[in-house]
Design a protein around this ligand. Sequence first.
Ligand code: FAD
Length: 517
Amino acid sequence: MPIQGKILYDWPNAGIEEPLVLSAPDQLGTEPYDVTIVGAGVVGCAIAYNLSQYQLRVLLVEKRYDVGEGTSKGNSAIIHTGFDSTPGSLESHLVTQASHKWPDLAQKLKIPFEPSGALLLAIDGEQEGKLEKIHEKALTNGVDDVRLVDAAEAKHLEPNASSEVRGGLLIPRESIADPFTTSIAYAEVAMANGVDILLGAHIVGLENCQSTVKNLVTESGHRIATRLLVNTAGLGGRDLADLYHGAPFDINPRRGQFLIFDKFCRSIVRRILLPVPTAKTKGVLVIPTVFGNLLAGPTAEDFPLGSPEATSTTAEGLRWMLSSASGLCPCLMKQPVIGVYAGERCNCKQGSYLIRYNDGYPGILTIAGIRSTGFTSSIALAEYVTEGLGEQCDLSLDRDPDAVDSRPDSCWPGWWRKPIDDAGVVKKNPDYADMVCFCEQISRGEIIDALDSMLKPRTLDALKRRTRVSMGRCQGFECRVRVAKIVSEHCDIPLDNITQKGPGSELIAPAHEAIYG
Ligand SMILES: Cc1cc2nc3c(=O)[nH]c(=O)nc-3n(C[C@H](O)[C@H](O)[C@H](O)COP(=O)(O)OP(=O)(O)OC[C@H]3O[C@@H](n4cnc5c(N)ncnc54)[C@H](O)[C@@H]3O)c2cc1C
């Protein structure tokens, strides 16, 4: 077995366990890294996973306090087949390739995944007229299991679809998966294979760009020596590329808002419902989730880079989504919405999937514009750039015969394997019967499993993404304080140091602590 990598937080005064805090440079070793990946979204994590299969010293750096906290946490969670990509593009190639890999990947990494299928619906004559072209495009993209259906079959497949339906396109392999577990699973396997992970470290400087060994500088002044740098910083990618005078690209974030319907709405649809796309957007979809909810969204609204509004939701956007989704499925208009969220697509004027080797200086790779399909493509993109690093940046790619590429069965998320349903498991550990989150039925045992897992999550948002605690109907109103107390007791962190998502988001002010005790 390879020696497990380290997990460190650049988070002074956090009150977290001392061995997890980066306080001295030699904690990351004295030798330069072969590759440092900046940005632990799903793309950075997938690359770390792939590089961990080789005999390399790799570091994954993230400015937030968990992996998968950026764009990767706010998407539609669809594993696309690529039926509607631009034929011949790199995006089409990687998405199509990845969609075939996903069923096996999900099993290996213990990522909840459902091959739900999708139905694209035409609800007027103009849309009906576009179906044939969409069908042809799918075939050109190599997605040859799609087929056109008439209005009667569309209604048979989806009885709650609008009675206006004129016909549709059935896409059997379009699927849904858990986007949170994906980044975590990639990162955990990478770490099991020796990749070090540094969270809370914003890279703000770069020294010796022209040299074989470069120095990355964190906001708190730590220096990290590395031979190759991979920029997977998503929306932060331009600022990072400015440090090494990377070739031009502009980021224009495109906001996508979503509505989350209560779980009893899940049976309204059997598969993903898609509208006929327009020139600008794929439109508002109705999407079942692996968590058992239903989503409607996303919007497509452009903002300047850095705009604080780009991740907020608006009454206007939510109303528009409800009416658009109801166009596909009218009964949604009367269903209860339990939550809303918004994600920011990394939209670039210069196009999608911009991949530049030796950008600015030798040994620097920029990956930008992974806009709407990066969750799906991550595994194929990671393989593609690994090969590119070998060919273009002279990275030696010697397989590590001891590397693992999967996680053990115990890593299936608790909400998926339901320990409460197994009397034997509960008998061994009664914490699995001690319910903390009643909406999602998450126990103290599952929270403790998450706290003890490889990446040592220490924020409430990080626990939420692993366990689903506070993701239900009450959105944490009932359980948030109890969860904070479990973290405090189990990890010996003072209660007033527990945060929602890192410094500045402390949950309980000292005065509240006196009350909640
Ligand atoms: C509304 C919406 C719907 C979508 N639906 C789907 C879908 O259904 N299917 C699909 O396949 N894809 C979908 N996507 C696209 C997918 O979510 C993205 O392509 C993917 O998440 C991009 O991942 P990333 O790793 O490139 O970026 P991110 O997840 O944003 O990761 C970049 C990371 O870099 C970090 N960072 C930035 N600057 C620095 C720095 N200087 N130092 C250290 N760290 C830094 C950030 O904190 C961030 O965590 C959707 C996206 C949106 C917004």
